[in-house]
Ligand binder design. Structure first.
Ligand SMILES: [Zn+2]
Length: 604
């Protein structure tokens, strides 16, 4: 079950945390807090507090904390979705299966819009199959689309002139106003007219098989070649995937994502029903999350032209960011999947699937095209870029595997890529076994853990500061990017930065919804215990501290590397020493700056 963020947010703020908690705990107001005996651990004096202004709870005793949804999860022992459902019921918010929190009136309207779309799909299908569209049928048969496929996907044809569909829908009892709202008609100066005329119609289904919109393709050479329904109450192109209503039942753990309707239809007709099309060019995060729910691996198969490649690249990063296992399938000779299957058959397409590349392989292959690795300059630039791609990999073993393989594939030294990755990510990017082999440097995990804990704490402190005062973002945005943060916080901060960039408000209780239990408890605790920023200086201190953490960690790494200078080349020793000097200088500068600022403040 999947709910849109906005609905979760609506449910959260429709349930006042004091009211909800009061049903379980007897609370007493003290200043800006409410206190009570913690329901999550045994205690005699209250250490459990609720802050109504922030809509969060926190326990000093057992460190449980979070927003109202997390309170319900803990106290009722429910998972996130079930807790959301319970709170929706409490607030009388209708939570239909689609996940759109809408009123009863809107629900009726939505049913009508789906009804209109269904009637229209029938009308278009009958118009095509009754032999009204010779050209359209010729086009489909030229593309080897069979009758049963036309039926399965409900393909149809819209009449060349406006009027017939409108009359049909009016006869079925649908008013013009609603037909315009469905996107099938447009209201103009001389009344309303049909949007789709003389086009092959592809009904777009939601995951349960309701018709929610249409794509229309011209039969001749006129433009635009494709036209889609506008966004309506039923049709959101960012949240739907063409063919998913069938693909989700394929029983296959791989899903192939292609660009167009015809690609999906072709694949399904060839028996490859684990395929869908994104309804715009690039995949959205919502689509990625939906796919992740049903499939283990996502195989992107876009057209080989530049637009297709760019779209694929964007889709890959996005899917990778939300934790999907992604592969790329490239079709030889710049063909699209539909062309390829028509000419080569499904078996050869299946062979391509077997040979699809991983994200890193694909990216590096694309990068390689920009560099001439026969020259020294070209090779150095390429190695740097390759290292950046590898450094992105979260899985150390995978990274080491690629490092070996790619060094071999492109004839560059393993050591040079390795040195670059260390520069970008630090030594922690590699597994201990690999490091031992490379430099024989032992890692002191104990001290690292302690540092990491402190870093994570300071990062959460910054998140807290941002949530409590959105203006803090202005103070830090030039100095820190989401990528500077540790893994879990990076995801959270990315979302916060995105929102703040769009001038949208961010509040703590909402941010908590998107965090793991450990992080949300920690954040709620920090907000309660450590956040009394009155003078606006504290957030800046945190930024300085976070930057210092980064430099310190890197300094330590270089020390370790240089301890073993015998195993390094002459050039490497010089390079690391130079970097070390730069870091020491940067740290000194920031100290001077901080001291100066302190001095100025004392003078004031
Ligand atoms: Zn407690």
């Amino acid at each position: 079950m999947y709910y849109a963020d906005e609905i979760i947010e609506e449910i959260r703020y429709s349930n006042d945390i004091v009211e909800v908690v009061s049903e379980y705990v007897s609370l007493e107001k003290k200043g800006r807090y409410y206190f009570g005996l913690c329901p999550f651990h045994k205690e005699k004096t209250p250490s459990f507090s609720v802050t109504p202004s922030l809509q969060i709870f926190n326990c000093f005793g057992c460190s449980k904390g979070g927003n109202v949804i997390q309170f319900i999860m803990n106290i009722e022992n429910l998972d996130f979705v079930e807790a959301v459902k319970l709170l929706a019921e409490k607030a009388n918010i209708i939570l239909p299966e689609t996940g759109a929190g809408i009123s009863e009136d809107e629900l009726v309207k939505k049913k009508n819009l789906i009804g209109i779309n269904k009637e229209a799909a029938r009308f278009y299908y009958n118009y095509l199959t009754a032999g009204k569209g010779k050209e359209a049928l010729e086009y489909l048969s030229a593309r080897k689309i069979m009758k049963r496929t036309i039926k399965k996907f409900g393909l149809g044809l819209s009449p060349l002139s406006s009027g017939l569909l409108l009359k049909h829908l009016n006869d079925k009892g649908y008013e013009d106003r609603l037909i315009v709202e469905s996107g099938l008609a447009i209201s103009g100066n001389n009344g309303i007219y049909e949007r789709f005329r003389g086009r092959i119609m592809f009904p777009i289904f939601d995951i349960r098989g309701n018709v929610i919109g249409f794509g229309g393709r011209v039969v001749d050479k006129s433009k635009p070649k494709y036209m889609n329904s506008p966004e309506t109450m039923t049709y959101n192109k960012r949240k739907n995937l063409y063919g998913l209503n069938y693909a989700k039942n394929s029983g296959n753990k791989n899903i192939i994502v292609v660009e167009g309707y015809m690609d999906v239809i072709s694949l399904h007709q060839s028996g490859i029903i684990n395929s869908v099309a994104s309804l715009g060019t690039a995949l959205t995060e919502s689509q990625g999350r939906i796919l992740k729910k049903y499939f283990d691996r996502i195989i992107i198969c876009y057209d080989s032209d530049a637009a297709g490649k760019n779209a694929a690249m964007r889709g890959l990063d996005l899917l990778n960011d939300i934790g999907c296992n992604v592969k790329v399938l490239e079709i030889p000779n710049g063909k699209d999947p539909d062309d390829f299957i028509r000419n080569n058959g499904a078996d050869r397409f299946n062979n391509l699937i077997e040979k699809s590349s991983s994200l890193a392989e694909y990216k590096i292959r694309e990068l390689k095209k920009n560099y001439n690795i026969e020259t020294t300059d070209g090779r150095v630039a390429f190695v740097n870029k390759m290292a950046a791609v590898l450094a992105e990999l979260d899985n150390k073993i995978e990274m080491e595997m690629y490092l070996k393989k790619l060094a071999g594939d492109y004839g560059v030294s393993e050591e040079s890529i390795y040195a670059e990755i260390i520069k970008l990510k630090g030594k922690a990017a590699f597994s201990p076994a690999f490091l031992k082999k490379k430099t024989d440097v032992r890692i002191k995990t104990g001290t690292f853990d302690k540092d990491e804990k402190e870093i994570i704490h300071d990062e959460l402190l910054l998140i807290a500061a941002l949530c409590l005062d959105n203006n803090v973002y202005g103070l830090i945005k030039d100095d820190l990017a989401a990528d500077d943060f540790t893994k879990d916080n990076r995801v959270v901060l990315k979302r916060i930065f995105e929102r703040l960039n769009k001038n949208e408000r961010v509040v703590a209780a909402e941010v908590l919804s998107s965090m793991s239990e450990v992080s949300s408890c920690a954040l709620a605790g920090i907000i309660d215990k450590e956040c009394n920023f009155d003078d606006g200086r504290k957030p800046l201190d945190i930024v300085t501290k976070l930057k210092k953490h980064k430099l310190m960690a890197r300094k330590k790494e270089i020390f370790e590397i240089l301890k073993n200078r015998e195993s390094l080349g002459e050039g490497d020793v010089e390079k690391f020493t130079r970097e070390l000097n730069v870091i020491v200088m940067q740290m000194k500068n920031s100290e001077i700056k901080t001291r100066k600022e302190g001095f100025n403040e004392a003078k004031r």
